[in-house]
Design a protein. Structure first.
Length: 565
């Protein structure tokens, strides 16, 4: 399996390398803004967008819950259309099937259109090891193949290369022109035309497979897909079991969502629906078609918390809104599947032993959930990966004792009060005042913000040698702890404790709050004990006292000039 392509470096190392690449940041930022704005305009023009999302999610979920039935139906109807179907439970099975096909047809060369499933199983490397010539014909994929590089986006994989770099990449193939995109494209077209016409086999992926007709679809903005689909005499189509839709009507729903979500377009330049091999009365198309229906770990998600991931249609919308992807770019993930969907899918396919701290590459902001056309709860699934990784003992060895200590301190008021002064003293000793950290300086320069250093100073980039703390202060300033706890201040200035109860600051051993009524008499022993009536009266008393305390605080607030009280 070739989902992970960089296992020699940890997530932090990959992220640090990508963070230092300004061009990648600018390219990703520009692409995200462009896709986001174009998608937003089209979504607003479709009043029933949320209904479409719900309908599509229901269709995909219905297929997932009956996956065996729909796979069997697709295979049966595809064979009826003349296609030869190969079932591949694993990536290795798929590779063996491809090699058998090449041997059967005595083939020595192939042209490929963009396919994430072939990337997933490392097909190109396997064919090249067998001395088979492989030519990627998608413009971006050909750039990456020529450069020996990896994709940084699932829709626009060469996003991290600019026109100057691309022109230099093609010098090795004899390109002598300028960095003008049209000129580079004309060169690539003239080079690929010969490959299309002489290749023994064409290999392509499948955006959707229609169960009721045995059809496969191809969605692309370049003409290379149809050339791969038409010119070679033999064609191999990779079909993931999670690519199946029930009917042509359901395909219509998917196509209303996919182009808008992927590139902010109503429809792509090319949309093909193919059924089997060339008929006797047809002039073009392959004489023999092989469908490789591949599982490769997808069925293992059935019945688990991660089953919703099988609804994903690989549109890339989650990447185009993700703040983490924006900064560490696609190569920071070390996987052919970057972004939120990549975190979920990579962990599912590769397991926690191989992914390092990949589930942590997420802020859990849930913006991806809002933009996902299939309503996949991506941020919840990423959080679930974090939980399972800890439960299985795959997390950092230092985390367990660290969080156990933090839990003990935060759950014990005495320990908490003892630790806070020490923490306050330590922060003050490390504080820097009168200067601004590098990261804040950069932020001010970029966003024109005035940075005000508090009188007591801040923890800045001078503390990057402190374990754990350095992960924050290496990129932002941290204010010092307040000189007094809020609970202490509140108790000194009010006749109730900070919780709003009238216990005069005296709490039980387990932290329960003794409560008095308005006349000062006890109302139940504690909030946590007593009859239901006692508890209800105690809760009401707390609410009244809290409301009175808040009112008193507001009465003491002096409004600024021109402001409201």
């Amino acid at each position: 399996m070739a989902v992970l392509y960089d296992t020699n470096h940890k997530l932090r190392e990959r992220a640090a390398t990508c963070l230092a690449d300004d061009f990648k940041h600018n390219a990703i930022e520009t692409a995200q803004e462009t896709f986001y704005n174009k998608r937003g305009a089209l979504v607003r023009a479709v009043p029933e967008w949320q209904d479409l999302r719900a309908c599509a999610a229901a269709i995909r979920e219905q297929v997932t819950q009956n996956l065996d039935y729909y796979v069997a139906e697709f295979v049966r109807n595809a064979q009826a259309q003349g296609a030869r179907v190969h079932l591949a439970p694993t990536g290795e099975d798929a590779l063996c099937a491809v090699l058998d096909i090449f041997e059967e047809h005595n083939a020595a060369s192939c042209v490929k259109s963009k396919s994430m499933m072939t990337e997933e199983i490392g097909l190109n490397e396997t064919l090249e090891e067998a001395s088979i010539k492989v030519v990627e014909t998608d413009c971006a994929e050909n750039i990456l193949q020529t450069a020996g590089d990896r994709p940084s986006h699932i829709v626009v994989p060469a996003l991290h290369h600019n026109r100057d770099a691309i022109a230099e990449i093609y010098r090795s193939k004899g390109y002598t022109g300028s960095n003008v995109p049209e000129e580079i494209t004309h060169f690539l077209r003239s080079y690929l035309r010969t490959e299309f016409l002489t290749a023994d086999i064409g290999i392509r992926g499948c955006n959707f497979a229609v169960a009721e007709t045995g059809s496969v679809t191809l969605v692309t903005n370049e003409g290379n897909g149809r050339m791969v689909d038409t010119c070679p005499p033999v064609q191999i189509v990779f079909v993931g079991i999670d690519r199946i839709v029930p009917t042509l009507e359901s395909l219509d729903v998917m196509m209303a969502l996919l182009p808008r979500s992927a590139v902010g377009a109503k429809i792509t330049t090319y949309f093909s629906v193919d059924q089997g091999a060339r008929r006797t009365d047809e002039l073009d198309g392959p004489a023999t078609v092989h469908y490789i229906v591949m599982d490769n770990g997808r069925s293992s998600l059935l019945g688990t918390d991660f089953q919703p991931m099988l609804r994903c249609i690989r549109c890339g919308a989650c990447l185009n809104i993700c703040p983490v992807y924006r900064h560490i770019t696609g190569h920071g993930y070390g996987s052919i599947y970057p972004g939120p969907m990549g975190v979920v899918m990579t962990c599912c396919l590769e397991g926690y032993d191989n992914v390092d701290s990949l589930p942590m590459a997420c802020t859990l902001c849930a913006a991806c959930d809002d933009d996902c056309p299939m309503e996949v709860p991506l941020h919840s699934l990423i959080r679930k990966h974090r939980i399972q990784k800890v439960q299985q003992g795959k997390a950092s060895k230092a985390e367990a004792p660290l969080f156990a200590t933090v839990s003990a301190v935060l759950s014990d008021s005495t320990a908490y009060r003892m630790v806070m002064p020490a923490g306050r003293f330590g922060m003050k000793a490390l504080a820097r005042s009168g200067v601004v950290g590098k990261s804040i300086e950069a932020t001010r320069e970029k966003r024109k913000l005035d940075v005000v250093i508090p009188a007591g100073g801040v923890l800045s980039d001078n503390t990057t040698w402190v374990p754990i703390l350095k992960n924050w202060t290496s990129c932002r300033n941290m204010d010092l702890m307040a000189p007094q706890l809020f609970r202490d201040w509140f108790y000194e200035t009010h006749d109730t404790c900070a919780c709003g109860c009238a216990c005069d600051g005296e709490h039980g051993e387990s932290g329960e709050h003794g409560v008095r009524g308005e006349d000062g008499s006890a109302v139940g022993d504690t909030v946590a004990a007593g009859t239901p009536q006692d508890i209800a009266e105690a809760a009401a008393a707390i609410a009244r006292r809290a409301a009175g305390s808040i009112g008193a605080v507001l009465q003491n607030v002096t409004p600024q000039e021109g402001g409201q009280k």
